[in-house]
Design a protein around this ligand. Structure first.
Ligand code: KG4
Ligand code: ZN
Length: 334
């Protein structure tokens, strides 16, 4: 290490966002974010209605080095100052991951510095430590991304125990797939959530899968089918396809879908707190940006005198800062 405050470069390229960031361990309990830069490929994939893996890989190649220069410049550092290069090891799109891994390994070899592969979900899990109000260990974590829905007991860095997880689709997938069949395009989750703000969450009765299962597992595949069936019923009654519905009907279905997903996530999170006896909940992953989820968790946890921690809104979805932070915390924990 070049000095007592190791500098970590983090590279995220698992899906449709290229993220690069610099984090410095400075002796305090939580490493400090010096700079971060993000390029979202959303516009490029929008024309196809979803992520095209080959285009994603090629775009990561285009963006990763300019973003690296940008974060170095913003932090007033040069490549020689870097002590560790961290990158997202997986899970994610194979070609996209290879770009980040290849660049990280090449940089590490050229600089003679160690390279650290970080699990993408550990990045999300530790991302609330980047916020102005970082949590303290231990805590219960609700990890809700596009591909994963898990409740975890977290006793420290690397000390994770899965308490429950989805047996089929993730919560993010339920948002995305429901949005798609409502014609809301990609990325579906944020679009559905925006539309839901104008709708009535009680307008349509949708199932709350495994709500009373007695365990902490989730299942969202049936909900998507129920949304499809409900959409078909509405279309039959109105004698028009979903594209022709007035916006208030679409908003009501969006709000009802969101209400069903959020109710299950909130209920299970509270059960996890109760079962572990913990008073601290950490929410991470893209769905953690959902406003209804945040409002309901805040209200319910306040009643239980429990604290809830979230990543900053702009760091809920994929970014390089969470990868650099997870690497820094791992190094700090030895
Ligand atoms: O964590 P993330 O960026 O990527 C993965 O690691 O998967 O999460 C992306 C997921 C997508 O399913 C997206 O629709 C969902 O997070 N998402 C949201 C919101 N913002 C992003 N879902 C509901 N409400 C939002 N505001
Ligand atoms: Zn992610």
């Amino acid at each position: 290490m070049s000095d007592t405050a190791p500098l970590i470069l983090g590279i995220e390229s698992s899906c449709d966002e290229t993220g690069v960031a610099l984090v410095q361990s400075h002796g305090g309990p939580v490493p400090r974010l010096l700079s971060h830069a993000l390029y979202s490929q959303i516009e490029m994939h929008q024309a196809y209605g979803g992520v095209v893996p080959e285009l994603a890989s090629r775009d990561h190649i285009r963006r990763v080095l300019p973003l690296t220069s940008q974060v170095m410049q913003e932090a007033g550092k040069t490549l020689k100052d870097i002590d560790v290069v961290a990158y997202t090891r997986g899970p994610g799109l194979a070609g996209a991951l290879l770009v980040g891994a290849g660049v990280a390994c090449a940089l590490g070899a050229a600089l003679g510095k160690p390279v650290l592969g970080v699990h993408h979900l550990e990045g999300h899990l530790l991302s609330p430590f980047l916020s102005a109000d970082p949590p303290e260990f231990p805590f219960v974590a609700l990890l809700v991304s596009g591909g994963h829905t898990q409740l975890m007991r977290v006793d420290g860095v690397g000390r994770y125990e899965i308490l429950g997880e989805t047996i089929d689709d993730a919560a993010g997938e339920a948002f995305d797939k429901s949005a798609k069949l409502m014609g809301l395009g990609y990325p579906g989750g944020p679009a559905l959530a925006r539309l839901a703000e104008q709708g009535d969450g009680a307008a349509f009765k949708l199932p709350r899968p495994l709500l009373h299962s007695g365990n902490l597992d989730f299942s969202f595949a049936g909900l998507k089918t129920a949304v499809l069936t409900q959409a078909q019923k509405i279309s039959a009654v109105r004698a028009e396809p979903v594209e022709a519905w007035p916006v208030n009907v679409l908003a009501d279905l969006a709000a009802s879908t969101q209400a069903a997903i959020v109710e299950v996530l909130v209920k299970k999170s509270l059960v996890a707190l109760e079962q572990t006896g913990m008073k601290r909940l950490v929410v991470a992953g893209g769905v953690g940006a959902n406003r209804l989820l945040r409002a309901q968790l805040n209200a319910q946890c306040q009643k239980l005198k429990a604290r809830v921690h979230y990543p900053e809104l702009h760091l809920c979805t994929d970014n390089g800062a969470m990868i650099a932070m997870a690497a820094a915390m791992r190094l700090q924990a030895g």
